[in-house]
Structures are given as structure tokens and as C-alpha cells.
Design a protein around this ligand. Structure first.
Ligand code: FAD
Length: 385
């Protein structure tokens, strides 16, 4: 290949540009991004930026030195072999990187509904988190919990509305989710509650009740941003289907980051991971694949969240686990580990116990088995279990 087009100028897109140049690629690279900003990191948006501790989170990269034609404010509309159709005309390629990430799901209704995906979203929302403001957050997942943290800290009257029986239920299950419920002190947490629509002045619930709010934030999840590929001759199923080399079904095409559903050798299943670490590291493999090298993406997925003063970290893939074992005090620092049927560590979730995370991630990577009896003692480090 000597003319690469990267669609999506988020972390995965820009990291792929860096990886291509790092591997000595000297051809043309065009980076197309529909946002008007240069690439930035999203995790700070619901943390330091929303808390007012930072104004931006631009990725530390030099696009000029990378010799990339960066086209901000340009959206890809469609794809046919060798050509990306954009809002500014056609762009030809002989190597394609799909890195369009994901986009928030919205709820029905005509009322003002905020989501938190972009830097502009974060600035807009931050300006509304003022003392006394009534803020309704729909969804007690990772984003909902972080927005609730910021809103409570800003002195808002916060309601969190969640369809499941506990916070974080979709992400880590209700058993663990229930352990995080105590963090919602001072927040009106409505569980098992379904929203019908976001209306002027608040949120209408399915049972008819109206929850008044000045600000409504919807944090109910994202979907891969692949609509522009709907008519293309490429396999899509929960994102762009790619193999363990991150190669898509279309020739000379790779996909990375939130939009890519890759085959995991380790867990023998297809994974689409909407987390920062994947956007950071998968691009090395995608670039190698595009340049004809033999590289495999087979990470132990990793994720973190900062909520209500706690550092929550997760590594692995818990559906591969059969037994859940807890370590530590549920009121304080604790972790949960999932063991597979053969005793191998499948996943670890650590709350303010970073060593469990680091050691657990290594153990999962090595495929080691653990002794359940020793695990329950939080004083015994994971690597000695
Ligand atoms: P994106 O960051 O979504 O970038 C894709 C880019 O492509 C976007 O700029 C988009 O506008 C653009 N694009 C989309 N469609 C088109 C098109 N048709 N044409 C042109 N451009 C297009 N992960 C963690 O691990 N820990 C965290 O604490 C954490 N916190 C987060 C907090 C927030 C508020 C958000 C939103 C995400 C958070 N994440 C976190 C997730 C992490 O940020 C994402 O996994 C990561 O941004 C994915 O990177 P990406 O480059 O694949 O996609």
C-alpha cells in the first residue's frame, strides 16, 4: 500500500497513523475526522474536564511531523472499493483504516437531552452543573456514575435513573453492582426504573411519573459508528467484523478501537471493547497488518473508571468465568475475581486495590490457575494464590 486513508480522528485513528510511520511507512496518509478538533482523549471528559480541573485532553502528537493530511470537520458518508465518499467529496485509497469509534444511544422525546461523548459535550454540560441545578442522569453505568460524581460535587440535586436492579449491572452484573450502590449517598437513585421519554422540563417514566430536571443526561450506552458502511461490501455485526489481525472482510482494510469486533484467540470469542486501552494498543497490530506483517491482537482487555472517590479497574473477560470470589471489605477496598471452570483467572475487578489489578492482569495473560481458598484472604497477594 502507499496511499492510506484513516477514517475517524480519535485515539485509535491517530495512534494508527503513528504506528504506520513508526514502522517506516513512507506513503501518503490522510486522516479524516468529523469533529472540528484535533485528536483528543475521552476519559478525562467525564473526569477532570467535567470537574473543571482541565479544559481539554488533546493527544500529545505532532501531525505535521507525522506528515499526515488531517481533514477535520469532514465526515465519511459511504464506502466503495478504493473510494471513501465524504461530505467534502471522494477520497481514493489503497489501504483503509476504519476508526470511527462509537456514538451514544439517545432516548425518545423532544426535551433537551445531553450525552457525553465529545469535548464540546463536556464543555456544554459542565456549564450547566451549577449548585442547586436539578440533574437527572439516565443510566447508572460507567458514564452515568462519573457524571453523577461530578454533578454531586458541583452541588447539584442529582437523580440517577437505572433500568436494572443495581448500578453497573450491564457491565459487571448485579452482584457486584449492588456493592457500588452505597456510593450513591445524597443521590436519588431510582433502580428498576424505565424511562419512556425525555420531555421539556424533565423525564417521563414508563409508569407515568414525571421526574423534573433542569438538565437531563443520557448515559445508556453506545453503538459502533458504522452507519456510513451500511451499503459497503464489508461484514458488519456489532461493528466491523475483523479477524485476530484486525483485518476486515474488504481487501487492504483494517478496523480498530470502539468500532471493531475482533476475534480473541485467548477467550475464543469475538470481542468489541469500548475502552481506551484498546484504542491505544490495537493500532500497532492494525498498522502491521496493513503493511503485510504478521501480527496478532490478543490482549487481556483493561478498563478503569473513577467514580465517587473510588478507582475502579477491570481486566479480563468475565463471561469466561464461572465462579466469583471476593477479596477485602465491601465498605472499603475490595476486589472481585472470576475463575474459569479449570481455576484459571478469567477477570478481575479492583476497587482501590491497584495491585490486584496489575497482578491479576498478568496472571490472566499467563493463563495461570489460582487457589480459591487462598484467594479469599485479601492479605495474600494474587500472585501467591
Ligand atoms: P472515538 O474516540 O469514538 O473516535 C472516533 C472518531 O471518529 C470520533 O471523533 C468521531 O467523531 C469520528 N467519526 C465517527 N464517524 C465518522 C465518520 N463517518 N466520518 C468521519 N469521522 C467519524 N475508557 C476507559 O478505558 N476508561 C475510562 O475511564 C473511559 N472514560 C470515558 C469517558 C467518556 C466521557 C467517554 C466518551 C469514553 C470513555 N472511555 C473510557 C472510552 C474511550 O474513550 C473509548 O474507548 C475511546 O475513545 C475509543 O477510541 P476510538 O478512537 O476507537 O473512538
Amino acid at each position: 500500500v502507499d496511499n492510506v486513508v484513516v477514517v475517524g480522528a480519535g485515539l485509535a485513528g491517530v495512534r494508527t497513523v503513528e504506528a504506520l510511520r513508526g514502522r517506516g511507512f513512507g506513503g501518503r496518509i490522510t486522516l479524516i475526522g468529523q469533529e472540528r478538533h484535533r485528536p483528543y482523549d475521552r476519559p478525562p471528559l467525564s473526569k477532570s474536564v467535567l470537574l473543571g480541573e482541565a479544559d481539554s485532553s488533546f493527544v500529545d502528537t505532532d501531525l505535521t511531523a507525522l506528515d499526515v493530511a488531517f481533514r477535520p470537520g469532514v465526515g465519511a458518508k459511504a464506502l466503495r472499493a478504493g473510494v471513501v465518499e465524504t461530505t467534502e467529496g471522494e477520497v481514493g485509497y489503497d489501504g483503509l483504516v476504519i476508526a470511527t469509534g462509537s456514538e451514544p444511544i439517545r432516548l425518545p422525546g423532544d426535551g433537551p437531552q445531553h450525552v457525553l461523548r465529545t469535548l464540546d459535550d463536556a464543555h456544554e454540560l459542565r456549564a450547566m452543573l451549577v449548585p442547586g441545578a436539578r440533574v437527572a442522569i439516565i443510566g447508572a453505568g460507567w458514564i452515568g456514575a462519573e457524571v453523577a460524581t461530578a454533578a454531586r460535587r458541583a452541588g447539584c440535586a442529582v437523580t440517577v435513573i437505572e433500568a436494572a436492579a443495581t448500578p453497573l449491572a450491564t457491565a459487571v452484573g448485579t452482584e457486584i453492582g449492588a456493592r457500588t450502590q452505597r456510593w450513591y449517598e445524597g443521590i436519588d437513585l431510582r433502580l428498576n426504573t424505565m424511562v419512556r421519554s425525555v420531555d421539556e422540563g424533565g423525564v417521563r417514566l414508563v409508569d407515568g411519573e414525571f421526574v423534573e430536571a433542569h438538565v437531563v443526561v443520557t448515559g445508556i450506552g453506545v453503538r459502533p459508528a458504522v452507519e456510513w458502511l451500511a451499503d459497503a461490501d464489508i461484514d458488519l455485526h456489532n461493528g466491523v467484523v475483523v479477524d485476530e489481525h484486525l483485518r476486515a472482510s474488504l481487501p487492504n482494510t483494517v478496523a480498530v478501537g470502539d468500532c471493531a469486533a475482533w476475534w480473541s484467540r485467548r477467550f475464543r470469542t469475538r470481542l468489541r471493547i469500548e475502552h481506551w486501552d484498546t484504542a491505544l494498543n490495537a493500532p500497532e497490530v492494525a498498522a502491521a497488518t496493513l503493511l503485510g506483517e504478521d501480527a496478532v491482537y490478543d490482549p487481556v482487555p483493561y478498563f478503569w473508571s473513577e467514580q465517587f472517590g473510588h478507582m475502579v479497574q477491570y481486566a479480563g473477560h468475565h463471561p469466561a468465568g464461572e465462579r466469583l470470589i471476593y477479596r477485602g471489605d465491601p465498605e472499603g477496598k475490595w476486589s472481585a475475581v472470576w475463575l474459569a471452570a479449570d481455576g484459571a483467572l478469567a477477570a478481575v475487578l479492583a476497587v482501590d486495590r491497584p495491585r490486584d489489578l496489575v497482578q491479576g492482569r498478568r496472571i490472566i495473560g499467563a493463563g495461570h490457575r489460582l487457589d480459591a481458598e487462598r484467594l479469599v484472604d485479601p492479605e495474600v497477594s494474587l500472585r501467591d494464590c
